[in-house]
Every structure is written in C-alpha cells, then in structure tokens.
Design a protein around this ligand. Structure first.
Ligand code: CP
Ligand code: NVA
Length: 318
C-alpha cells in the first residue's frame, strides 16, 4: 500500500464502526482525510471493494440526491442497498425503534436514516449494533455539509479563511454548515429573518469549535452579509414538514432571495451553492441558479463521492 494511503487509513481508522449523526461526530483531521479519500475515489485513483456489505435505507421523507447517491456509493463499494421504507415495513404499524434497530442490525451492515427528529435518529443509533448515518433530520444534514465543503475546497484549493454567507432559513442545512465550517476554519455567516435564525444550541456548539480561527455569526441583512463572501449558499424557505407555513414564509423571506444583484455585491470570485431541490423564483432566481457562479451540480455530484468515502471508512474498508 502506498504511504499516502497508509496515512489516510491511520487518520480515519478510529471512525470505523462509528455513527455519523451530527457534523460534530468527525474531527477536523478526519473531515480533511475523508475529502482526500473522496477525491481519490472520484478521480479513479482508488478502488475499494467491501465485499457484499448491505446498507439499509430508512427514509420517512422524500429524497432524490441522498437516496440515489447512497445507493450508487454502496454499489461502487461492491455492496447492496435495501429500501426499508417505513410504509412497507412494520415500522409504519408502530413496531418500536428499539426492536426494529436490533433486528436490522442482524441483517444489515450500516443504516442511513432520514427522519424528522434528531432524538429518533439517536434512538436508532442507541439500539443498533451497526453504524447509523444521518441522511437528514430537522436539526442537521451532515452528509450535505461534507459535500458542500468538498466542493468549496475543490474550487478554492483551501478552506481556511473562506467567507461563506448562507442566506435564508436557519434550518438543518444551515446548522450543519456552521458546525462543519467552524471545524474547517471557514467563516460562516447565517443570515435569516428575525425569528428564523439558526438553532441557538448548534450556534453555541459551532462557536466552541473555532480553534482554526473561523468566525461563526448570525445576522439579518443579506446585502451586508454577502460583502467579501466567496460562497453564497441558500436553501428552501420551507423545509420538508413545514408545508403548512409556506404562504407565511414566502412573505417573510421575500427579501432573502439570492439573485444577480446579491451575487454582484459579493467577492468577484464568488460561487453559489444550494443543496437542492430548489424553488426557482423563491429563495433563488433562475438566472442565479444557472449563472457562471453556480457550482450547484458539482456540489450535488460530490454527495456521491463523500458518502462513498464515509461508508468505506465506517465499514472498515481502508
Ligand atoms: N440535498 C438533498 O438532500 O437532496 P434530497 O432531498 O433529494 O436527498
Ligand atoms: N432544508 C431542506 C433540505 C432538503 C435537502 C429540508 O429539510 O427539506
């Protein structure tokens, strides 16, 4: 094995068998090593065959990117995925998580779970003897943040000192961006209307992770927020589960739209990110989404590479 691969393995081996429930479950060295592994896999410089391991997907909410990128990642690792849609399992009829998790641990090697509450995800992790991955909860979307920062690193060849301004709802995506950005030395500003700020406990956690000099802040004025930014990020104003607030939120968030004018107020080299799916004409204009600044589809592609790296590490494949 080449010495670079041995170096990566030694930095990542402690994460083998671990859950990934929050962006804070990985440390800075592990995130950076994971990015190296993801790039090796992406550019065909490394192949990892885990030998027919099985990923179980429990998704209580819709998904295109997360579901498909996990399925493809597992296939590329020589494994398989089983779809454990709660509507067709006994979960949908009320079988307790503590029973489901113990049974599934006897069949599968890893679980990726998309659900509403972080507490439910933690309950799965508590009762599973296999690694559990957060595929999105109302509180965090840590796999998304990994792909986001990999995309930023690929664009600017660095992360430390990059200014990222997130414009919109202080939601799960914003929360994971703060935690992961704090660990990577990125200055993260979350700019939201009053009453829609990022979670205060997550903000506190992110601020406690700033040993690499990152500044984590919240603010309310989008045009001020983007000054000097190399990355503008946005997400939907109403997340899954908030459909009944859509009308009210459209009014409140109207001035938090990412458009050409906002992009022009940022740094000349600014790139635009969005986790997708996007609501064109709401949080982002068609013109902005399709602009030369957009790296949104590279970002979506990186979900695959970073999750393939994550699964390989969790399943002890290095
Ligand atoms: N970004 C993201 O998680 O997309 P999906 O909801 O399609 O998985
Ligand atoms: N904040 C959005 C992200 C979707 C990928 C949601 O939770 O619906």
């Amino acid at each position: 094995m080449a010495s670079a691969s041995i170096g990566l393995a030694s930095k990542l081996s402690s994460f083998s068998g671990s859950d990934f429930l929050s962006s804070s479950d990985l440390n800075t060295s592990q995130v950076l090593s994971l990015f190296e592994l993801a790039k090796q896999l992406k550019f065909g410089n490394r192949r990892i065959d885990l030998g027919n391991r099985v990923l179980g997907l429990i998704f209580k909410k819709a998904s295109t990117r997360t579901r498909v990128s996990f399925q493809v990642a597992m296939a590329r690792l020589g494994g398989q995925t089983v779809d454990l849609n709660p509507q067709v399992t006994q979960l949908g009829r009320g079988e307790p998580i503590k029973d489901t998790a113990r049974v599934l641990s006897r069949y599968c090697d890893v679980l990726a779970i998309r659900t509403f509450s972080q507490a439910e995800l933690s309950e799965y992790a508590e009762w599973s003897s296999i690694p559990v991955v957060n595929a999105l909860t109302d509180l965090e979307h840590p796999c998304q943040a990994l792909a986001d920062y990999l995309t930023i690193q690929e664009t600017f060849n660095e992360l430390k000192g990059i200014n990222l301004s997130y414009i919109g709802d202080g939601n799960n995506v914003a929360n994971s961006l703060m935690i992961c950005g704090a660990m990577l030395g990125v200055n993260v500003k979350i700019c939201s209307p009053n009453g829609f700020e990022a979670d205060s406990m997550i903000l506190k956690k992110a601020k406690s992770l700033t040993e690499f000099g990152s500044k984590i802040s919240i603010c309310n004025d989008p045009s001020e927020a983007v000054k000097g930014s190399q990355v503008i990020y946005t997400d939907v104003w109403s997340s899954m589960g908030q459909e009944d607030e859509e009308v009210k939120r459209k009014e409140i968030f109207e001035t938090y739209k990412v458009d050409k004018e906002l992009i022009e107020s940022a740094d000349n080299s600014v790139i635009l990110l969005h986790c997708l799916p996007a609501h064109r004409g709401e949080e982002i204009t068609e013109e902005a989404l399709e602009s030369k600044n957009s790296r949104i589809f590279d970002q979506a592609e990186n979900r695959l590479h970073v999750q393939q790296a994550l699964l390989a590490v969790q399943l002890g494949g290095l």
